[in-house]
Design a binder for this molecule. Structure first.
Ligand SMILES: [Zn+2]
Length: 1770
């Protein structure tokens, strides 16, 4: 202790040399002296792993704990393991006199590496510097600072000795036939298949290539697919393509048909046979599955899928023969492939490709066209999921009929077995699962970059319509395939590669040389760059540079440039690998440490592919202290240097830490062998991971490289200490996602530091409990590393996998210190990046390390329009250092065409890439929204894409069918598989596992993701003939995979299943003894040891083949696959895990494939039918719209259809007296007032078609009959009228009704009248059929009935309800819910009685008593669980739209406000039909909404206009005086629209009163005309001024007939529907315009014939009445306003039609405000929306309006249509 501790001087204190470890007795830890010990030969002989026992020093006192329980590292202070009392925290050189101490002795240097002469470090003594080493840190040794670059080339990089290609001018011309570049990739430059000989030379013109080449795919040349689709498609192909699109089958039936097992298809009754009305469906019976649902049988059409005309009954695709074509009867599987065997292409197929075996519906094969051709001309979906015909019950889907990934993948594989893929000339790449050979002829190999679609939509709108995301998955260092040419390296010398001067893009084949070669145009930013003079070369005829062929960067999609000095922040060096190993008690006891040592040994010295040449390795171990190891080759033994002061991390050595593993092999082997024994007795259980990473960072920060961390548990202490925050209660809740974020910034910061320093961190975790992968995993997530998670590590179970993982991971080609930059063509931008990396700015992806298996995703968005004639280019440039120490820029380029045709986007879409993209994007979402929402989004996306296809790309299909695009037909399956991934599963999964899965997905490559999503299952008991043997290329032939479903397993079979992460071999109970004996060497299943990880090397053909298959499978995956045996029924625990891999089955809380497909289909549209019983007018409309509102609060889009069983074509001709108000829609439709109810409640804009009347239906049927559409049949109510009704409903239900333009999710159909009426019978029958047409799960019936209260005691009577339900049932409709209208709330026993007598559950009986207002009804229904019932009944998925979440709250506030109002506002309505208030319902609603939003209680006084006339004074003076009394008491006077002349004079008198007494006046339509007449008479002095409508030939016709001649709008005599009104100059400062937020124009609905006479306008305006709103031509006066009056406004339009409870229409709001005296304040507040609040004590809607309106003003700049939409939207 007398020596000063140098480390107290600071972190950079002088390093100390350690004296040699003294030899001699009492060296308890010394390994047997072994400088000369024979070492394992360097060859590939794999010695037995060093077992702890083997290396245990003999003299070591075992298990003798130190004073602190651990034989801790030697250099601890006394009291090892904790910072002892000793003041010397550092280490000191061992004094010879110290002598070695036995492990566990109090001073115990718990460990001494078995060194004979190494320095020993003793506690409490400062350490002397290492012999010969320079002082640490202060002056690092020069050799470490300036290491010489290593020599070994990296994979795919130019190899040693290769002549780099010189810059353009003087490059030596490489001979095309030149052998492949020397070095690692000595692959033949060509293709191994004999039948295919691709060009050996770079082909001069990509376009001329493959079409003429021998390597064309069978059945068609890989020419531009568009040509093939439209130009080259022959008739047969067309027929096939269209045939393929129409196979229809039914979804599973109800409970009765469940469990019947697969049914052969098509079964059942004769297709097309109409059901007998009223006959209930036979449970389990099979429907006419082939019948086109909407296709009436009497069409005489041939049945299934044939609606577009007769087509050859080909067995094409998955289409089974149609029975009506005389094909084999139902139940006989189609006999496929007669063509196939005769096809020369298939004849060349290797034997043993049993297409038929598991693929009863081979898809493209029948034409010898192969999958590629199929995809090209197909494009159109291959299957529909239809429903059984009306009345027919639904058959269970035969799993064989749904798209199979096996067939798709095998077809694709077959194509590329025959031919290579030419990257530029062929449109779409092979499937990700296909093993192919790519020829780079201008685009990057798909291994490097794949796009979600290979034709880009020109505009954002088009892109949105397709719903297919635009993105790319880039795997920059992917391994090349067999027979592919290595990437060429281009060296531009000092100047560096040619780049665009504007966007800095690298030279690529897309650069267009112009002006004779003096300039080139950048394909990314279109900038014209000058070609430097010294690089100028003339162009040839085709515009290429003459030296084109010599420059791979002008020919190839992928090249590498040698990076010049400016690309190097520091001198590139070969990669260094540091292993930081946890050596705590757990690590030792679990066997992890020993396995770890073994893994590293095998990696380095087993002779297999190991670390890249030139790599350096370093070791450190940690428990409570950090132990560095000096491994200098000159040492005999490794030296351990302990840094116990974890608060002050430094690197105690420099020179010997990173060493060449081959030079230092003896020392390293020594260390690895002894590590387990050194720490064998270690009792420390808290690994200081944070400190260890800091230490490694300190050691590596100057050169970067790979850090492998081996860690057992949560770091509970030390830097970055973490706490166990996982709480099972959080799982599955919204708070769960907090667990996905790092809990300590320490780790994020450390990860960022490592990323910046180019240190890539791989984590190997061996947790027995929560380890917080989210937090410590940030190290890997930010640095591009991997995480391996061995939960409850069991050395027997997981040891081999761990060793395999280490070897796989570290022997992959590796680049580090990398920067990835993506450039895309003008018009697109990269919107988002997905993956494990760090971004300090918005464009550069920093990848500390990157290996061949890692991929990065990008999301692309439009920021402009793409040129249809140009291509879209994407360039990914990766600047990185190869593992061997060369700085390179690897540039991947791809360019694809643009299109304005939506179908092209679908046709070129790549589903594999899209799935990978969606997975990555979904992972990115998990930090923002709960998993549940992410799942919902994934499902929604699926439905959106498929719906978009059906809507825009598929031809002539029923809206009820789901049609899968050919390229996306596996999408539902893969989407389901993604939902079953641990990252997104619905069940509670520990956050560690979930986060780990997410991180894996984030960097997963496309092929790996497909393997992971859909596991591969290979039967092993069928290895006959050549299966399992190598083919001519040396590849093991695999049996055809089978679909991953338990239904496919045979109990006498053996199956291998793997997903790239797990591999199981499942052995059926009935497996033959021969197989067991041959493969396992046992006689019975029970005798197999399931812990075996390798098959016994038995020498018989079967065993060999099985082993071959396993080996091939293992070699194909980027992770090591460890074998797990699972025996049927014996290993039940393991079988659970095995079953979870069977993704087509129902498991892991997700449905089966079949069910999911039906679900996807179901999700298309839900129908809720509302019928009424007992009497009409009991509030069906309110209940229906309230139901819709509640669904809207769950984010669903709701539309509605009102059926009125009267014969009028529309309500326009109905007298308001008879039928209440005529409601006018935007499109001018005059409809039932209930539609107004829907518009108001649901905040939607309906069309006239949303109102069905008997008249409309009959009219359409009669018109069709006249056209001869019914082919001479007798046209009848059933089926023709009923079919027409159903078609109408289906068509209208899909019309978007809100501003989003998206299809609704739910359609509410209100059937007017009461059930049992003669009028409604056809509709009831149509709905009865409709429930089968759309499926039980999509159809729900709410019956609104009446429970009258009678007698003095108020008895509630259920009889009427029972009887009306009976009527309903008798007509074939069963109510799901019964809404009981009653004046008082329903008594519980009454509810139960109804439940019992009407056969519905009690909770399905809803009590709807009279409420304060209709606004209360939704709340009333909500309280009774209506939503829950509906969600369950219809399987509705709640959507996640934040705005809708608050909708319910807003609504609640509205009703609260309604109940609390006490300030009243008294409005007088002067009208004509005042005794029938229904005829003014919209006006009343508008007044009500406006009053509510100003917190005023509305009181309406109805005044019959004629009562105000002097005539009445004569006849009935009391009436007259009463009327005037009411009028003069009004706070506001409203004159609504109306027809006829009765009461005109009274209205004029009212207007005069309002004007003269400054009472707020609002005149609507006629009311405005009245105001004008009044003004003309009394102010302008135009005696006799009147309306031409009211009197014939008035003296001054100030209102005249001005019909609008419109071809597009019905009723050409009337201005109807939405019209444009433009504010005039005079409107500036007017109240009305301010109320509209100072908009320039408004859209409101009109319904009038008479208008203000333009001739009088000037005169009126001069007298003070301004017309501030005109129509578009300025001819019609739309808005009038009197200046200087508090509110005197007239509008020719009807603003009341657009009022909403939560958004009153501005004119009415202003009127009510003025009547309440609040208008000036309100207008003031509009000028400054931030200023608050005038309208009372509740949060005021009016205030919200202010902000909405200021938004509307902005929108004003857009075109008129936009504004209309925004007004209509919420
Ligand atoms: Zn550019």
């Amino acid at each position: 202790m007398s020596q000063p501790n140098p480390f107290q001087q600071g972190p950079y204190g002088p390093p100390q040399q350690r004296p040699s470890f003294p030899p001699g007795p009492g060296r308890p830890y010394a390994h047997p002296p072994d400088p000369n010990q024979p070492r394992p030969p360097p060859g590939n002989q794999a010695p037995p792993p060093p077992s702890p026992a083997q290396f245990r020093p003999q003299q070591r006192p075992l298990g003798q704990p130190g004073p602190h329980g651990g034989p801790v590292a030697g250099l601890m202070t006394p009291g090892a393991g904790v910072r002892g009392p000793s003041p010397a925290p550092g280490f000191r050189p061992a004094q010879p006199t110290d002598g070695p101490r036995p492990m566990g002795a109090p001073m115990g240097p718990g460990f001494r590496p078995h060194m004979q002469q190494g320095p020993v470090i003793q506690p409490g003594q400062p350490m002397t510097p290492l012999a010969g080493s320079a002082p640490l840190h202060a002056q690092p040794p020069a050799e470490l600072r300036q290491p010489s670059p290593a020599i070994r080339p990296a994979l795919g990089t130019p190899l040693a000795g290769q002549q780099p290609i010189r810059p353009l001018a003087d490059a030596p011309r490489p001979t095309p036939q030149s052998p492949p570049q020397p070095g690692g990739h000595a692959v033949p430059n060509g293709f191994p298949t004999p039948q295919h000989s691709p060009p050996q030379t770079p082909r001069p013109l990509p376009a001329s290539g493959p079409a003429s080449g021998p390597g064309t795919p069978p059945g068609g040349t890989p020419v531009d697919n568009i040509t093939q689709q439209f130009g080259g498609m022959n008739v047969n192909a067309a027929a096939r393509a269209s045939t393929r699109a129409r196979r229809v089958y039914a979804p599973p039936g109800g409970p009765g048909s469940e469990g019947q097992g697969p049914q052969q298809f098509p079964p059942g009754p004769t297709p097309g046979m109409p059901p007998t009305p009223g006959m209930p469906p036979t449970p389990g019976a099979l429907g006419p599955a082939f019948q086109q649902p909407q296709q009436p049988p009497y069409h005489g059409m041939p049945g299934p899928g044939m609606q577009t005309g007769p087509q050859p009954p080909t067995p094409y695709g998955q289409q089974p023969p149609a029975p009506s074509y005389g094909q084999p009867p139902a139940g006989v599987p189609p006999v496929p492939m007669q063509h196939q065997t005769s096809s020369p292409n298939f004849a060349q197929m290797p034997a043993g490709r049993p297409y038929q075996q598991n693929a009863p519906y081979p898809q493209n094969n029948g034409y010898g066209a192969g999958a590629l051709a199929g995809r090209q001309y197909g494009g159109r979906g291959s299957m529909d999921i239809g429903q059984g015909g009306p009345g027919g019950s639904r058959a269970r889907i035969d799993p064989n009929q749904i798209p199979s990934p096996i067939v798709v993948q095998e077809n694709d594989q077959a194509t590329y077995d025959q031919s290579a893929f030419y990257t530029k000339s062929q449109a779409q790449p092979p499937l990700a699962s296909t093993s192919f050979t790519a020829v780079d002829d201008g685009n990057s190999n798909p291994r490097f970059m794949r796009l979600t679609t290979y034709t880009f939509p020109c505009t954002d709108e088009l892109s949105t319509l397709t719903a297919i995301p635009l993105g790319a998955i880039i795997q920059p260092l992917a391994d090349l395939g067999n027979g592919e040419e290595p990437i060429e390296t281009v060296d531009y010398g000092e100047k560096g590669p040619v780049r665009c001067n504007r966007c800095r893009a690298y030279i690529n084949p897309g650069f267009l040389y112009i002006e004779g070669g003096r300039k080139f145009r950048c394909n990314l930013c279109s900038f014209d760059n000058d070609v430097p003079v010294d690089q100028f070369v003339n162009l040839d005829m085709s515009g290429h540079r003459l030296d084109w062929e010599r420059h791979p960067e002008l020919r190839k999609g992928t090249v590498e440039f040698v990076a010049t000095g400016e690309y190097c922040a520091r001198k590139p060096e070969s990669a260094s690998y540091v292993f930081a190993i946890d050596v705590t008690w757990t690590a030792v006891q679990s066997g992890m440490l020993a396995k770890c040592a073994q893994a590293i040994w095998e990696l380095l010295y087993s002779g297999e592919k190991g670390l890249p040449q030139g790599a350096k390795v370093g070791f450190l171990t940690f428990d409570k202290a950090i132990h560095f190891y000096n491994l200098k080759a000159t040492l005999e033994q490794p030296q351990m240097l302990v840094v116990p002061d974890i608060d002050d991390i430094f690197v105690p050595l420099q020179a010997g830490f990173l060493v060449d593993p081959y030079e230092s092999r003896p020392v390293i082997e020594n260390l690895l062998k002894s590590l387990p024994s050194i720490f064998e007795g270690n009792r420390i259980s808290e690994p200081l991971l944070g400190a260890a990473v800091q230490a490694a960072y300190a050691a590596m920060k100057d050169r970067g490289g790979k850090l492998c961390l081996f860690q057992t548990g949560l770091p509970l202490t030390g830097p970055g200490a973490l706490k166990n925050r996982e709480d099972a209660k959080l799982l599955g809740t919204d708070k769960e996602r907090a667990l996905y974020e790092p809990q300590e910034y320490f780790w994020t910061k450390l990860g960022q530091d490592c990323a910046t320093a180019g240190i890539c961190v791989d984590l190997y975790l061996f947790p027995s409990a929560y380890t917080d992968v989210a937090t410590i995993g940030a190290l890997s997530a930010l640095t591009g590393g991997d995480i391996y998670n061995y939960i409850n590590f069991d050395v027997n179970r997981d040891g081999q996998r761990f060793v395999g993982d280490v070897k796989r991971s570290l022997s992959r080609s590796f680049g580090y210190d990398a920067l990835l930059r993506i450039r895309v063509s003008t018009g697109l931008k990269v919107a988002e990046y997905f993956g494990n990396f760090y971004m300090r700015n918005a464009t550069d992806i920093e990848l500390a390390g990157l290996d061949s298996s890692k991929a990065v995703g990008i999301a692309l968005r439009h920021d402009g329009k793409l040129d249809e004639k140009a291509d879209t280019s994407i360039q990914a440039a990766l600047l990185y250092t190869t593992a061997s120490g060369q700085r390179r820029i690897r540039v991947h380029n791809i360019s694809v065409p643009n299109t304005t045709l939506l179908g092209n986007v679908f046709r070129s879409a790549d589903m594999d890439t899209t799935m990978n993209y969606l997975a990555k994007a979904a992972v990115a979402q998990t930090v923002n929204v709960p998993i549940r929402t992410v799942r919902g989004q994934l499902e929604e996306k699926c439905i959106k894409i498929l719906t978009a296809y059906r809507k825009h790309a598929a031809s002539s299909t029923s809206p009820g069918q789901l049609i899968l695009p050919e390229s996306f037909k596996l999408y539902p399956l893969y989407n389901l598989c993604l939902l079953k991934n641990k990252a997104f599963r619905a069940d509670a999964i520990s956050s560690d596992v979930r986060v780990h899965s997410m991180r894996v997905l984030k960097s997963l490559s496309v092929p790996d993701s497909i393997a992971l999503l859909y596991p591969r299952m290979i039967p092993l008991h069928v290895l006959q003939d050549a299966l399992g043997e190598p083919d001519e290329r040396g590849r093991i032939r695999l049996p055809s995979a089978i679909r991953t479903s338990v239904d496919r397993l045979e109990t006498n079979g053996a199956y291998l299943i793997e997903n790239g992460h797990q591999m199981c071999i499942w052995l059926g109970r009935g497996i033959s003894v021969d197989f067991l004996r041959a493969v396992f060497g046992v006689e019975a299943l029970e005798a197999i040891d399931v812990r075996m990880r390798n098959l016994l090397p038995l020498d018989n053909p079967i065993a060999r083949k099985v082993q071959n298959v396993i080996r091939r499978v293992q070699s194909e995956r980027s992770r090591y696959l460890q074998m797990q045996i699972v025996r049927q029924e014996i290993d039940q625990q393991l079988e659970v895990e095995f079953r979870s891999l069977l993704v087509e089955d129902e498991n892991v809380h997700n449905s089966s494939y079949v069910d999911y497909l039906c679900n996807v289909h179901r999700s298309a549209m839900k129908y809720i039918l509302v019928t009424g019983g007992v009497i009409s007018g009991i509030g069906k409309g309110v209940i229906a719209s309230s139901t819709g509102l509640l669904l809207r609060t769950h984010g669903l889009k709701v539309t509605s259809i009102k059926i009125d069983p009267y014969l009028n074509i529309d309500a326009g001709t109905l007298s308001p007296l008879d039928h209440g108000e005529v409601f006018v829609l935007d499109d001018g439709g005059e409809v039932d007032l209930d539609l107004g109810n829907y518009e108001r409640f649901l905040d939607i804009t309906l069309t006239r078609d949303n109102n069905i009347t008997t008249g409309k239906i009959y009219k359409s049927v009669i018109e069709r009959e006249r056209k001869g559409d019914y082919l001479g049949k007798t046209v009848q109510v059933v089926p023709h009228i009923t079919d027409a009704i159903q078609e109408w409903v289906e068509r209208v239900a899909h019309i978007p009704v809100d501003a989003s333009g998206e299809e609704p999710d739910v359609c509410i159909i209100e059937l007017g009248g009461t059930v049992g009426d003669i009028e409604s019978a056809p509709f009831v029958e149509a709905m009865r059929q409709f429930q089968f047409r759309v499926g039980h799960e999509n159809f729900c019936l709410i019956h609104v009935s009446l429970v009258p209260v009678v007698g003095s005691v108020g008895e509630q009577k259920t009889k009427p309800t029972q009887s009306s339900i009976r009527d309903l049932r008798g007509l074939g409709l069963s109510p799901d819910l019964i809404a009981c209208r009653s004046s008082v709330s329903l008594q519980p026993d009454v509810q139960q009685k109804i439940s019992m007598f009407c056969h519905v559950p009690t909770e399905h009986v809803l009590a709807v008593e009279d409420c304060n207002s209709v606004y209360h009804v939704p709340l009333l229904l909500h309280r009774q669980g209506l939503l829950t019932v509906l969600e369950k009944r219809l399987g509705i998925v709640r959507r996640s739209e934040p705005s809708s979440v608050s909708l319910f709250e807003k609504w609640k506030q509205l009703t609260t406000r309604y109940d609390r109002l006490h300030d009243t506002v008294r409005i007088v309505l002067v009208g004509k039909y005042t005794h029938l208030k229904d005829s003014y319902i919209s006006v009343v609603k508008a007044l009500e909404h406006a009053s509510l939003s100003c917190n005023r209680k509305l009181v309406i006084d109805w005044v019959e206009a004629s009562d105000l006339e002097t005539e009445t004074l004569k006849v009935d003076p009391i009436k007259y005086h009463d009327a005037w009394k009411v009028l003069v008491g009004a706070a506001g006077i409203l004159v609504p629209g109306g027809f006829g002349n009765r009461g005109t004079e009274g209205k004029i008198a009212a207007a005069k009163w309002a004007r003269e007494n400054k009472i707020p006046y609002l005149g609507i339509c006629l009311g405005m005309q009245i105001a004008v007449i009044e003004y003309a008479r009394h102010v302008c002095g135009l005696e006799g001024a009147n309306s031409a409508e009211l009197t014939a030939d008035p003296a001054h016709p100030v209102v005249i007939y001005m019909p609008e001649i419109s071809k597009t709008h019905l009723g050409g005599t009337m201005r109807l529907g939405d019209r444009y009104t433009h504010f005039t100059d005079a409107s500036v400062g007017s109240i009305t315009r301010q109320l509209y937020g100072n908009a320039n124009h408004v859209h409101e609905r009109h319904r009038h014939r008479y208008e203000v006479n333009p001739k009088y306008v000037k005169q009126l305006e001069e007298a003070g009445l301004s017309f501030i709103g005109h129509d578009e031509k300025g001819e019609r006066m739309i808005i009038t306003e009197l200046k200087g009056h508090p509110f005197f406004v007239g509008t020719q339009y009807h603003p009341e039609y657009k009022t909403r409870p939560l958004k009153p229409t501005p004119v009415f709001l202003g009127f009510i405000l003025a009547s309440s005296g609040l208008l000036p304040e309100y207008l003031e507040s509009m000028k400054d929306p931030s200023a608050s609040t005038l309208l009372g004590r509740y949060p005021s809607l009016a205030e919200e309006l202010v902000s909405q309106l200021s938004q509307a003003t902005l929108d004003d700049k857009k075109d008129a249509k936009d504004t209309a939409d925004s007004n209509a939207s919420a």
